[in-house]
Design a protein around this ligand. Sequence first.
Ligand code: C2E
Ligand code: CA
Ligand code: CA
Length: 447
Amino acid sequence: MKFRSKNNIADIIRESKPIVIKSSLISDELTGTMTERKFMHDAAKILRSAEAGEYNIITIDIDNFKFINEIYGYDMGSRIIVLFSNILRSVFPEDALISRFFADNFVILHRNSGEDFNMQSATIYEEKISDTTARILGKEYRLTTSSGIYKIEDLSLPLSYMIDCANIARLNGKHDYGISKKEFTSDLEQTIRRKNDIVRTMEKAISDREFQVYYQPKVSLTTGKLVGAEALIRWICADGQRRFPDEFIPLFESNGFIRRVDFFVLESVCQFLQRNADVPCVAVNFSGISMLDEDLVERISAVTQRYNVAPSRLEIEITESAVVNNFEPMVKQTAKLQSLGFTISMDDFGAGVSSLNRLKDLSIDVLKIDRAFLGETELNERGVCIIEHIISMSKMLGISTVAEGVETPEQANLLKSLGCDMVQGYYYSRALPEADYLDFTANYEIK
Ligand code: C2E
Ligand code: CA
Ligand code: CA
């Protein structure tokens, strides 16, 4: 007889038995709290005669609730939800409207009592939750929750919008080990607006050629010569406003658009290399998301062939965290690219969960030492010690080293004395638009 694995069973339970049990229109059968429908009706009625700032919408849920279902089973999950709703009832005043919208997601309309009730109640329910869960799940499981608070100032806004705001605050809270509580603020609203703006305009930005590739020169410490450049994307909006990669790349990684962007950059770089046969090798950043695509290697090859660019003129940069998180597929992809003649470099080395021992299994040509080791303003001893060891280890493995973020001649000299092969940073040049980079290469003088 064939047994199903534990994960499969958990998946089947999750898919076949949704935890939403709403046979009544008024109260949720599992917890006895209000249904969503009743909540929307009653809350709207209360808010019709409320004053600005009188009420809050609070949304709360249990962190990683699906793991309770997976590890302890569906019945235990239901039990925890019931206990959790009882705790909420005991913590919030009687006139608060408490509703379970779905699964472990509760929405509460709560009247401000003048004092900081929310802070107090968070501590109370934190204690109650850990006591109760320790009793039923055992001391080793620490259940935590996240809540978002939206203070209702503008009563003309739709109730669903207010709940969305509380949810946005909840999702933006600190999800570290502990109870997370976050209030919806105008700063958060602006951040969300900016993010929405980016997502709304990203497709058009590609077709309108608002994305541009800039080139940051890379210099050899042994010869002092210019040995290449890193391609860095810039977003210059039609109104002249500039957006920087740290703002949009993480968003593109979360919605998958990064695949388009990485190939847009690769294509622009190949066109540039085709037009300029003399410029040295260019490094292109590939996100961990793009690297996982099965047809990645074929697509990269197709682009280089289309523009007649030899793979030896391109370097593929992958961040260390991307490698650590998906080690096996990354080993395969990088090996394939290397066999075709591309240079592989590991970016931001040392910034994440260091994977020193993994270097023995992963074949890379270049290691880029994260700029954090150089320190914000001055060289610190620990940073120097780490750089020294990274360089000597790389040498033993036959891997070249590049130090990023070099801003002063002192840093450059020190790196040279430590045996670092190449440097990149503001001391030499910032990332430059194509034409300026060509000027830079034509007029470059060894420092
Ligand atoms: P990264 O790959 O580590 O790129 C180096 C970043 O350090 C660049 O920021 C560069 O402008 C900056 N930098 C260079 N020299 C110095 C220096 O001397 N001092 C300081 N403080 N900073 C220096 P940038 O261009 O804002 O890019 C940020 C990150 O965005 C990049 O980090 C990379 O992870 C990502 N990124 C940029 N372009 C692309 C792209 O085309 N594709 C992908 N997937 N990611 C990209
Ligand atoms: Ca990089
Ligand atoms: Ca880097």
